[in-house]
Design a binder for this molecule. Structure first.
Ligand SMILES: NC(=O)c1ccc[n+]([C@@H]2O[C@H](COP(=O)([O-])OP(=O)(O)OC[C@H]3O[C@@H](n4cnc5c(N)ncnc54)[C@H](O)[C@@H]3O)[C@@H](O)[C@H]2O)c1
Length: 258
């Protein structure tokens, strides 16, 4: 028997990468899954593969999200889990971001997360509660050059998750994952270059990029009864990439004459 047997989950951004892997892992663990994504064909394809249902939804559209979550809950016979994973990112110098780019990054990553939680939260409260897992990023905890608006939106996701944990307790637990650099279609344009791969491996104590499966497994854990007393937390999944200190490394090199 799976650790999510009988659960009914809505997973946003489920057509690709971490979201698609989370849909597969939830289904493997016994959950019914509704896949929401702006890529309707992708959502339906993943849904078909996991015996779930797919919806074409842009998470920035509050009414569309609310309608899809309501329908998903009706068709699955309830709602016990939300995984707010839909996201988008880009990198460029901070002062060059346009209004449109800033609005997109905040709209998808932060407003989309809020829209999904608002759409599903009350249904979950009315039906005995459950678990919400949001997907932020390591960059929401410490800056990444070029990712200012994305970082700010993800920091908002972390703060929002803690608030949800406080306000929807005790019926609903809410936790957040903060992945480092994970090998998915989102990061492929940079991570597939040999130079970048070498740099990532050098800068990560575990010496490699993470996989979508490794993030999905933590999301499953946070949703499962094994995490029954965990709420309001942000779990970093980064192979230790945040640990090295450029400053102490430079001091050590200077002392050893390197
Ligand atoms: N890959 C990484 O290194 C990494 C690191 C930290 C955080 N994250 C976060 O993980 C989440 C998943 O990223 P991924 O790497 O799997 O990327 P991905 O591009 O493979 O998947 C993202 C999915 O979100 C969907 N999406 C984008 N905008 C949407 C919108 N407006 N409405 C509905 N769906 C939308 C896309 O269609 C896609 O299916 C994102 O929130 C991302 O910010 C990823």
């Amino acid at each position: 028997m799976g650790v999510l047997e009988g659960r009914r989950a809505v997973i946003t951004g489920g057509a690709s990468g971490i979201g698609a892997e989370t849909c597969r892992r939830f289904a493997e663990e016994g959950a019914s899954v509704a896949v929401l994504d702006r890529n309707g064909d992708g959502a339906r394809e993943v849904a078909k593969a996991v015996g779930g249902i797919g919806f074409e939804v842009d998470v920035r559209d509050a009414d569309a999200v609310s309608g899809a979550v309501r329908q998903a809950a009706e068709r699955m016979g309830g709602l016990t889990d939300l995984v707010t994973n839909a996201g988008t990112g880009t990198a460029k110098p901070l002062l060059e971001y346009t209004d449109k780019e800033f609005a997109l990054l905040v709209g998808v990553n932060l407003t989309g997360t809020f829209n999904t939680i608002r759409a599903g939260g009350q249904i979950m409260m009315d039906n005995g509660g459950g678990s919400i897992v949001t997907n932020a990023s390591l960059t929401g905890l410490r800056p990444t050059r070029g990712e200012g608006p994305y970082s700010a939106a993800k920091a908002g996701v972390i703060a929002l998750t803690a608030n949800v944990a406080l306000e929807l307790a005790p019926a609903v637990r809410a936790n957040c994952v903060a992945p480092g650099m994970i090998d998915t279609p989102l990061t492929a344009p940079i991570t597939q270059t040999p130079a970048w791969k070498r740099a990532a491996e050098f800068g990560t104590p575990l010496a490699r990029l993470g996989t979508a499966r490794e993030v999905a497994d933590v999301i499953v854990f946070l949703a499962s009864p094994a995490a029954a007393y965990i709420t309001g937390q942000t779990i970093v999944i980064d192979g230790g990439s945040v640990l090295p200190s450029l400053q102490s490394d430079a001091v050590l090199r200077a002392i050893s004459g390197g």
